[in-house]
Every structure is written in structure tokens, then in C-alpha cells.
Design a protein around this ligand. Structure first.
Ligand code: NAD
Ligand code: WQD
Length: 356
């Protein structure tokens, strides 16, 4: 059987690039697009994807293309024979989304509409969508299952993720050709174990582990912990951190599910099922990387929830997927990427740290 081709939107980004490694290693062909709104571009190419090619020894067909460029998107679909789509492309900064709601609604929602139109025209109906645990809003119970109510969200970014889920549900209800899986990611962290690819956004980032690594490497003085008075074991917020390579493998499991069955529309949580507090994450990071993270505890961050972690039984049972990386490895691999590439992809010369 000839290899299947997967069209990956946002392929130059953090999760997309890790997913493409897994896809290539599993024997899929990959056609990726990105507009570099949040990933590094060198001469129209994606250094992240050059690294992916180096890791796998396989080529990636890449187009610099904005999903809002309907004509170009359509052209790519008609030129390439696409079997599946994995849709990562989105802008995701919560604070920015509150300042520029129209930009978020346009990019994330209109971009998805154009993608669905291009897919339908090309006769491709198999889609995996990057959703988020943010669609649950403030948890009513824990661990959170896929049937927990959604939509009670306090930020625009989160609402784009939720509205797209609703749209995909409607699309699949209206036309039985569609086979769609939404994957609700919890908190992706870490990097590829090789240290050659990792997270390198062009927009400012505020997530915990990248910020912690900035402190550890000396680019920032100390970490600010948002809130020490939550009703949790040590007063700090709890999240379900998942290694980005485990997250990537969840997409391959979803493709298998789409290949083997008529799903119509289904959602799955992708997390480890285990919650870690901010202080626990700092402790694990310090031990795994033999660094010191000075911190101070300040007021809670507006819009933050106290704690969230996934019930992952559905993905285990129906996708036959489970995580394999520990918290220690999440920290070690992130640190390896950071120390091998202190300037991220910007200086695309590849350094090694002697450990592989
Ligand atoms: P990322 O910013 O690293 O990757 C997204 C990529 O999409 C970027 O390279 C960006 O340039 C590209 N992009 C954005 N808009 C585009 C457009 N209109 N046309 C073409 N390319 C476009 O982010 P990521 O962390 O890899 O996230 C991937 C997906 O996962 C997103 O949909 C995000 O909402 C979702 N998600 C991320 C997290 C997280 O914490 N990282 C958690 C839950 C869900
Ligand atoms: C984790 C914990 C913070 C930074 C965000 C998005 C969400 C989803 C995942 C995409 C919290 C604390 C953080 C810092 C801190 N993304 N923290 N000091 O808030 O769970 O979710 O990413 O869909 O939509 O909102 O992730 O990494 O920002 O925070 O104390 O400097 O670390 O309060 O408890 P979060 P995060």
C-alpha cells in the first residue's frame, strides 16, 4: 500500500514540528504549511522543519502559506493528494487575544473555515483538530472527562478553540462524509529527546516551563509564581503537564482511529492524568537539570484556574494510546533543547551537548 499523506497546518510550530517527526518515522508523507506568525523563518523556509528532516532523514514538503489565503490553500490541496489533515495552525496567546479579539476570531475561525472548504473541494474529510483543555473553563469536578460541560470560558483564545469544536460538530452532523477527532491537550511541555527541536515562539511567551528555563539559563532573574493561596496541596496552581512527544504520538493514534472506523465527530483528552503544582514542577526541574530557580510568590494571575487534570481513560481505551515520558524526562528534554540551542532556531547552526 502506498504511504498516506498528511497535511499539517502550523507545521513549523512547537507541537506541529514534533508531530511531523512521529509521522515521518511512522511512514507517512507530510505536506506542511505555516505563515510564520509564531515560528522562525529563514529565507522562506522553516528551520524547525530542516531539523525534523535531519532527525528523520526524510523530506517534508513545505509551503509558506497563510490559512487566510484561500486561493493558495486551495491550490495546494488540488496539487497534492491529501489523505488526512492535522490542524495545528492557530494563534494562542491568551492576553493578546483579549486585546485583539477580531484578529483571533479571524485567524483561528476563518482560517479553519477556509481549511474545511479546501478539504471538501479536494474530497478529503479526515481531520484531527488541536483543541485545548481550556474549553472546559473552571472544572466542576476532577479529573475532567470529555463530557464535562464546555464553553464557560473567560478568554477570547479559549472561545476560538470552543467555537471551532462546535463548528466541527455541526459540519460532521450535516455531512456524514466527515470523520473528525478533536484532541483536547492539557499542558504540553518538554522537547524532542534529541535536543534538536523544541519550543521557539516569535511572540513573547508566558507559559511556566519556558519561563522557568529562561531563569535557569540566566536570561531572567527569577520566576514569579502567580498565587500561593489556592486550595491545593501547597497553595500553588495544579496542571496536567504532558511531554510534547507523547502528545504527538496521540495524533498518530487518532489517525489510526480515523482510518479504522467511522467516527463522525469525537473528542479525546490528551494528558497524563496526573496534576503537578507549580512548586512541584520547580522542584522536579531543579533536580532534573541541576539548576536553581529563584522565585517569588505574588498575587493570582487574572483568569487562572486553580487546578485541572485529565481523565485519560477514553484515549487509552479507544485510541490505544498512553503516555510514556515521566516528569523528569519532560524537564531533562526541555533543558537539553534549551542548552543546545540557547538562541532557539535563530542561529540555525546545530550544537551538540555531547550527550546525543
Ligand atoms: P505554535 O504557535 O508553536 O504553532 C502554531 C503554528 O501555526 C505557528 O508556527 C504559527 O506560525 C502557525 N500559524 C498560526 N496562524 C496561522 C495561519 N493563519 N496560517 C498558517 N499558519 C499559522 O503553537 P503550538 O503550541 O504548537 O500549538 C499548536 C496548536 O495546539 C494550536 O492550535 C494551539 O491552540 C493548540 N494548543 C496548544 C497548547 C499549548 O499550550 N502549546 C495547548 C492546547 C492547545
Ligand atoms: C501553568 C501554571 C500559572 C507562569 C495556558 C493557556 C491554555 C493552554 C495551556 C492552549 C499556572 C503558573 C505560569 C509563570 C506561574 N494553552 N505560572 N508563573 O495557564 O495552564 O494554560 O497554556 O490552549 O489555554 O491559558 O499554562 O504555563 O501559563 O501556567 O506561576 O510565570 O503555572 O499560574 O498555575 P496555563 P501556564
Amino acid at each position: 500500500m502506498s504511504p498516506k499523506t498528511v497535511f499539517v497546518t502550523g507545521g513549523a510550530g512547537y507541537i506541529g514540528s514534533h508531530c511531523i517527526v512521529e509521522l515521518l518515522q511512522a511512514g507517512y508523507n507530510v505536506v506542511a504549511v505555516d505563515n510564520f506568525t509564531n515560528s522562525v523563518c529563514e529565507d522562506g523556509e522553516a528551520p524547525s522543519l530542516k531539523r525534523v528532516e535531519m532527525i528523520t532523514g526524510k523530506p517534508v514538503t513545505f509551503y509558506q502559506c497563510d490559512l487566510l489565503n484561500k486561493a493558495k490553500l486551495r491550490e495546494i490541496f488540488l496539487k497534492q493528494h491529501i489523505d488526512f489533515v492535522i490542524h495545528f495552525a492557530a494563534i494562542k496567546a491568551v492576553g493578546e487575544s483579549m486585546q485583539f479579539p477580531v484578529m483571533y476570531y479571524e485567524n483561528n475561525i476563518i482560517g479553519t473555515i477556509y481549511l474545511l472548504e479546501a478539504m471538501k473541494e479536494a474530497g478529503c474529510y479526515q481531520l484531527v483538530y488541536s483543541s485545548s483543555c481550556t474549553v472546559y473553563g473552571n472544572p466542576q469536578y476532577l479529573p475532567i472527562t470529555e463530557d464535562h460541560p464546555t464553553g464557560n470560558i473567560t478568554n477570547v483564545y479559549g472561545r476560538t478553540k470552543y467555537f471551532i469544536e462546535e463548528m466541527l460538530k455541526d459540519v460532521s452532523a450535516a455531512d456524514k462524509e466527515w470523520n473528525i477527532i478533536s484532541l483536547r491537550y492539557f499542558n504540553p511541555v518538554g522537547a524532542h529527546p534529541s535536543g534538536h527541536i523544541g519550543e521557539d515562539p516569535t511572540k513573547a511567551f508566558t507559559n511556566l516551563m519556558p519561563y522557568m528555563a529562561q531563569v535557569a539559563i540566566g536570561h531572567k532573574d527569577s520566576l514569579t509564581i502567580f498565587g500561593g493561596d489556592y486550595a491545593t496541596k501547597d497553595g500553588t496552581g495544579i496542571r496536567d503537564y504532558i511531554h510534547v512527544v507523547d502528545l504527538a504520538s496521540g495524533h498518530l493514534a487518532a489517525l489510526q482511529k480515523l482510518s479504522n472506523s467511522v467516527v463522525r465527530y469525537k473528542t479525546y483528552n490528551l494528558g497524563t492524568g496526573q496534576g503537578y503544582s507549580v512548586l512541584e514542577l520547580i522542584d522536579n526541574f531543579e533536580k532534573a537539570t541541576k539548576t536553581k530557580i529563584p522565585y517569588k510568590i505574588v498575587e493570582r494571575r487574572l483568569g487562572d484556574i486553580e487546578q485541572i487534570y485529565a481523565d485519560v481513560r477514553l484515549a487509552k481505551e479507544e485510541l490505544k494510546w498512553e503516555t510514556k515520558y515521566s516528569m523528569k524526562e519532560m524537564c531533562e528534554h526541555f533543558w537539553k533543547w534549551k542548552t543546545m540551542n540557547p538562541d532557539g532556531y535563530r542561529k540555525s547552526s546545530i550544537q551538540t551537548n555531547g550527550s546525543g
